[in-house]
Design a protein around this ligand. Structure first.
Ligand SMILES: C[S@@+](CC[C@H](N)C(=O)[O-])C[C@H]1O[C@@H](n2cnc3c(N)ncnc32)[C@H](O)[C@@H]1O
Length: 459
């Protein structure tokens, strides 16, 4: 625990910041990058470059009030089958550009709740993947599940298809919190989901928890963390609730006065971390915890941990091909994002022959350099600026901006090495932001930005 009190920490380091799952972040995406640019970048991929795949399925069985993700309800099975067909069509168009039989080591289905994809559609999507790509034997095949809505037979289907990991949303176990969030989920449901999936042969289990939700207290989040840890998931993600009602209208149903204040959020975060560490989990980067033998923990220890749009990952591929509405692709020369709404995504694939790309950003050499620095900091909590920097960089401005962090005991400077201390883990994003010149120019270009923030609070 830091010597700086939670309220001082908020005063000095509060504010809205990105989570740095990319650099430049999605706030820099514009429609200057569209389908033509995406096609050029995809065609230019070196022939032997391995790729990872991400499929976005935005549908959920019911919508949770707190959720900040791109989700919707699709009651009709025909609509979900049609969406599965479009995923395959988009994949076919991408493969026509990048060429067939590229090596794949990581495939993830995220959402939403991807198990809303009917079993036959999921089989077909994976059949296309295996037809178009060389899926490596040790592939990580992962899917997000909602423990309240696991379709009958789905766990066996996942086992049968070779899934290696599931990620479950839990968030909080307290009745009052669940009521305010519009998400009722008993501990028994979560436990049953983990048991049935493990019995089907899917061994990797991640659980998502959140602090900063309505009516949470230090005691309630500690109790949730303790109870979930008893199920021994090999990984946990502990997110700070991102309250972005200007972007996500459903969050307006959450009364502002039910939300813990920033200093309380910090205390909740610390309590959950204490509980999870006492239960044998290792803290990883900003918000993850893993059992010591888990590949994510090993990657954090041996310096191979990476961060991409899915968060912390062992995936070292430089290319992530995102398929589906709102999916983001990471390419060597830039990021692209698909059209967000399902209706427009469907129209784009039906009406045109190109890619359903809506926006993106090119990455300059400077962006790549700064992106590497930010990713190193977010993953390993340290970076050697000498080793990372290009010619002509002395980072004088950044060193000056790091001074308050050093004074507060959150950062140590050792020659050209910037090291974030254990006490500095909660302000990791703030340290990363020191190297983010896009954010600095976005805020100076839009002085009124504070009244309409682009990111959720950092603390
Ligand atoms: C896309 S959701 C999928 C969860 C899964 N469909 C379920 O219902 O269990 C992935 C995770 O994002 C996190 N999340 C969603 N909205 C959030 C918010 N506003 N603030 C922080 N985390 C959020 C939750 O922890 C959630 O489990």
């Amino acid at each position: 625990m830091s010597a700086v009190s939670p309220s001082d920490l908020v005063l000095r380091y509060g504010g809205n910041l990105p989570r740095y799952t990319s650099y430049p972040t999605a706030a820099s995406f514009t429609d200057a990058v569209g389908p033509a640019q995406a096609e050029e970048w995809l065609r230019a991929l070196p022939p032997d470059e391995a790729v990872s795949l991400y499929f976005h399925v935005p549908f959920c069985d019911e919508l949770c009030r707190f959720c900040g993700c791109n989700t919707s309800v699709m009651r009709h099975e025909d609509g979900r089958i049609a969406y599965g067909d479009l995923l395959r069509e988009e994949l076919r168009r991408v493969v026509a550009l990048v060429g067939p039989q590229r090596s794949v080591n990581h495939i993830q289905f995220g959402g939403g709740t991807p198990s809303t994809l009917p079993a036959a559609s999921l089989r077909q999507v994976l059949r296309s993947v295996r037809q178009f790509f060389k899926v490596e034997p040790g592939v990580e095949l992962a899917m997000e599940l909602d423990p309240r809505h696991v379709p009958a037979g789905y766990p066996d289907l996942l086992g049968d298809l070779g899934f290696t990991r599931i990620s479950l949303g839990v968030q909080d176990l307290e009745e009052k919190v669940q009521e305010a969030c519009g998400r009722h989920q008993s501990f028994a449901q979560t436990e049953a989901c983990i048991n049935v999936v493990r019995a089907a042969g899917v061994t990797g289990v991640n659980v998502d928890l959140i602090y900063g939700l309505p009516y949470q207290t230090e005691e309630s989040v500690a109790a949730t963390a303790r109870k979930i840890a008893s199920l021994r998931p090999d990984r946990l993600a502990v997110f700070g609730y991102a309250h972005v009602p200007w972007k996500q209208k459903r969050q307006r149903l959450i009364p502002e006065d039910s939300l813990p204040q920033p200093a309380e959020r910090l205390r909740q975060r610390t309590r959950m971390e204490d509980v999870l560490c006492a239960e044998g989990y290792l803290p990883i980067g900003l918000d993850h915890y893993a059992l010591p033998g888990d590949p994510l923990a090993r990657a954090a220890q041996n310096g191979t941990l990476r961060r991409n749009f899915q968060g912390y990952t062992t995936d070292s591929s430089a290319v992530l091909l995102g398929v589906g509405a709102s999916a983001i692709s990471m390419l060597p020369d830039g990021y692209t994002q698909n059209i967000t709404t399902v209706a427009s995504y469907v129209r784009a694939l039906a009406d045109q022959t190109g890619l359903p790309v809506a926006r993106g950003v090119a990455r300059t050499a400077e962006d790549k350099l700064r992106g590497r620095i930010i990713e190193d900091l977010m993953c390993t909590m340290q970076v050697d600026l000498q080793a990372a920097h290009g010619e002509g960089h002395n980072f004088l401005t950044e060193y000056a901006a790091l001074r308050p962090f050093v004074q507060d005991g959150f950062v140590q400077l050792d020659g050209s090495c910037v090291r974030v201390t254990e006490a500095g883990r909660p302000v990791l994003r703030n340290v990363a932001a020191v190297f983010d010149t896009h954010r600095q120019s976005l805020s100076s270009a839009m002085p009124g930005a504070a009244s309409q923030p682009r990111f959720a609070t950092a603390l």
